[in-house]
Design a protein around this ligand. Sequence first.
Ligand SMILES: *[C@@H]1O[C@H](CO)[C@@H](O)[C@H](O)[C@H]1NC(C)=O
Length: 216
Amino acid sequence: MKLYFFSFLIFIYFFFDYSFRNWLPNFYKFDKDVIHKLVLETLKENQDADAKSIMIDLGKKLKKIYPKYINEVNFNDWVFNNAGGAMGSMFVLHISITEYLIFFGSAIGTEGSTGMHYADDYFIILSGRQKASDPNEMTPRIFKPGELNHLKKGTINHYSLDEGSFAIELAQGWIPLMIPFGILDSFTSTLDFLNLSKTFKIMTKNIIKNLLNGKF
Ligand SMILES: *[C@@H]1O[C@H](CO)[C@@H](O)[C@H](O)[C@H]1NC(C)=O
């Protein structure tokens, strides 16, 4: 019995690891370098603009390049997100089984754990400032507008966002495995079931819409 269970765990590990390296990349539609370039362009064209105008402009540029996969930016479908002890707000541009692209940030600022994920995470700052550290770092790494912080699959950081910091975040990997991190704080702590159910609605709607569109 124990042996079966052990073999099962090994199988699961190899399944996720193999698929992450060899299979999932076939489904990726977004390119971190393209998005990073768009961010730099947007920031250059919107100097001294507030976060909102930057996101509206960046959203339009993204929609041009990825018309089938991007939701139009609006300011009604923002939801609170509590995860890893940090609290922020997010807007979903895209979610499918293998990728998500969101705006994430906080008017007030926040601090917590990035969580550990079966995905590569690219966090590009649009406004404000992010600090990040590994456990053995005594001074923070600092990311400013236009800079990309790559959190590699399976690694974890302590991070904070200054007041008024917003970023665009691309994750590529097994997205459903990230969802527990994204929602469990709402069950164990905030009990904000209104924002949570809206988040669920947005996620399911987008994942299904993308699957129907042939985007896994
Ligand atoms: C999320 O919570 C805030 C604060 O209570 C509320 O204003 C907002 O309407 C909630 N969002 C949803 C979708 O219920």
